[in-house]
Design a protein around this ligand. Structure first.
Ligand SMILES: *Cc1c(COP(=O)(O)O)cnc(C)c1O
Length: 364
């Protein structure tokens, strides 16, 4: 059977390996497996959220409230915007796809850093658009600007602040200077999946969402409950933008695009900021151990503003082999070989998981 030609150049996205797969393929006992591959919150979810989800199962027979009023209100309050500045998605992933469907097609180009969140390119290619990437792996605004000026067909730009999978983070000031030079008609997606971490570590990285979208009505801010809020399994994310953009994106949203349980999870998660702050504090306390471990073992790392750290090898060590050997011992990390980098990305785990990572690493 023939499929649409845009599929010819598409690969199936390889998500972080699930625990079940390591049990099957390597015969490691499930309780000995540590998953440090998908940037999930190692401390789980807020107990308050878990309680609320359990109660909400009574409504499993009903479609969710499609207006998503309560969650939108919660987010509008948090970010000091209004309800009509908010759209909810099955993960912020889904909003990325809406944004691209709204603004990209085979006559346009999409601009991004060379090594950034893979879904920008995957959803981008689905629209038939051309993908433009900077020569540098990390975000380089001069390179982005040059490509933008050379290519009038650019209709969407992605800025991942901080960036996954590398962990670096632009300063808000630099971002604003960049936005000053972008045309009103170009949509700039500011992906803040790890903003909670970055703004905790360094105030210069904090994006004031209200300020962003009022100064730059051509920006779309993305946030998620999957990382700091510990709700990856609930698939709940959001977009915040000028109401003109939100209205356009709503045309692409199917009704009931998140579940009753995800909706409830998001609403309750916003009421337990203390859980989130405690997780973030522990994350950075633990990250220091990884930095020391890297120095002690003679490899480099990218200073990270997220809940993961990228370890870089600049000698004859091979990241793919290291990832493979760790996997055999039940530790799942992400090899960045596919991005043309000799590096692995490790999600910061709990103190126990991290100790096990260090002690296992030196035996492989
Ligand atoms: C995890 C992640 C997302 C989206 O996650 P969802 O689970 O779909 O909300 C978006 N952008 C980046 C950079 C991410 O790392």
């Amino acid at each position: 059977m023939k499929f649409n030609t845009v599929l010819d150049n598409l690969k199936i996205y390889e998500a972080g390996k699930p625990i079940e797969l390591v049990v099957r393929e390597y015969g490691v006992d499930e309780k000995d497996i540590i998953k440090l591959a998908s940037n999930e919150n190692p401390r789980g979810s807020s107990p308050r959220v878990i309680e609320a989800i359990k109660k909400e199962t009574r409504k499993a027979n009903l479609y969710p409230d499609d207006s998503m009023y309560e969650l939108k209100e919660g987010l509008a309050n948090k970010f000091k915007v209004t309800n009509d500045n908010v759209i909810i998605g099955a993960g912020s992933d889904q909003i990325i796809s809406f944004a691209l469907q709204a603004k990209a097609n085979k006559h346009t180009s999409i601009l991004m850093a060379r090594t950034t969140f893979a879904m920008y390119e995957i959803y981008g290619r689905q629209t038939g658009a051309t993908i433009l990437k900077t020569p540098s792996h990390t975000h380089n605004l001069d390179e982005l600007l040059q490509l933008y000026k050379e290519n009038p067909s650019v209709s969407v730009i992605f800025l991942c602040i901080p960036n996954n999978p590398l962990g670096e983070c632009l300063d808000t000031k630099e971002v604003y200077n960049f936005l000053d030079q972008i045309d009103d008609g170009t949509l700039v997606v500011v992906d803040g999946a790890y903003q909670e971490y970055a703004s905790y570590k360094d105030k210069n990285k904090k994006i004031d969402v209200k300020d962003l979208i009022s100064k730059y009505p051509n920006t779309l801010y993305l946030g998620t409950f999957s990382k700091a809020y510990g709700l990856g399994g609930m698939r709940c994310g959001y977009g915040i933008a000028d109401s003109t953009i939100i209205k356009a994106l709503h045309k692409l949203r199917s009704p009931f695009n998140i579940t009753t349980l995800s909706l409830k999870a998001g609403i309750e998660a916003l009421k337990d900021e203390e859980f989130v702050q405690n997780c973030i504090k522990e994350n950075f306390d633990e990250m220091i151990k990884y930095e020391k471990f890297a120095r002690d073992n003679g490899f480099n790392f990218i200073p990270s503003y997220t809940n993961f750290i990228t370890l870089k090898y600049e000698d004859d060590r091979k990241s793919s082999l290291i990832a493979q050997n760790l996997l055999k011992k039940g530790i799942i990390v992400r090899d960045l070989g596919a991005y043309g980098m000799n590096a692995i990305r490790v999600t910061i785990g709990t103190p126990e998981q991290n100790s096990k990572f260090f002690s296992t690493y030196i035996t492989i």
